[in-house]
Design a protein around this ligand. Structure first.
Ligand code: SAM
Length: 198
């Protein structure tokens, strides 16, 4: 199915998801296409070729998924993890062939091993890390790095000013690099790249 044939995305599934879980979904609307494209480019730039699919955590209704496909990532080369079952169904309808894993991305090691997925080439996360206790966020990142070869990266977005998973709080396990702020988003969105320290 080409991008033109894909079902048009409507805001309703996202708004309904937000009404069900305002803290977990964060905002009542998805990332802007400008933000999604920047995230997708950052993910594709950081991906380690030939080491598995792109892993998207907290895919929502697929704004970033769509941008990854625009960056010439085949839909079969993306795995989306989403906790809200209705958003999972919306993703499956919008992107036939996409592997959608319904589960808690904070427990990503278990989610991946249940799906039989041993390796991914990069992680892009829309999880609302500021609303997540730092020990759970740090554990999630550690498990995500275990699924990547050395040199793997996590691309994370947030509307705060500080790193969304703050190495000053979690300890010096991760290095956070600020990539930039996308102003064509409400609210403006900061984009960060994480790698394992040292
Ligand atoms: C800020 S929205 C981002 C949605 C989409 N990626 C975008 O950019 O428009 C956060 C998404 O993460 C999902 N989410 C929150 N906590 C989660 C968790 N622990 N496991 C999996 N998904 C989660 C929410 O249901 C929501 O779809």
């Amino acid at each position: 199915m080409s991008i033109d044939e894909r079902p048009i995305s409507t805001p309703l599934p996202f708004v309904r998801g937000w009404l069900r879980d305002p803290v977990g979904v964060g905002l009542p609307f998805p990332s802007s296409s400008a933000t999604a494209r920047r995230l997708a480019r950052a993910a594709v730039d950081a991906a380690i070729p030939g080491t598995g699919p792109v892993l998207e955590l907290g895919a929502g209704t697929g704004a970033v998924t769509e941008a990854l496909i625009e960056c010439r990532r085949a839909v079969e080369g993306i795995v989306a993890v989403e906790r809200d079952v209705e958003l999972c169904r919306a993703l499956e309808r919008r992107f036939p062939g996409l592997q959608v894993l319904h589960g808690d991305a904070l427990d990503i090691g278990t989610v991946l091993s249940k799906a039989g997925l041993a390796s991914v080439c990069v992680v892009v996360s829309g999880l609302p890390m500021r609303a997540i206790p730092s020990d759970a966020a740090g554990r999630c990142y550690s498990e995500a790095f275990e699924a990547m070869p050395p040199g793997g990266a996590i691309i994370q977005y947030t509307y705060g000013l500080r790193p969304p998973v703050d190495p000053e709080v979690t300890g010096p396990t991760f290095e956070a690099t600020f990539i930039g702020r996308e102003w064509r988003n409400f609210p403006p969105m900061g984009i960060w790249r994480y790698r394992l320290a040292g």
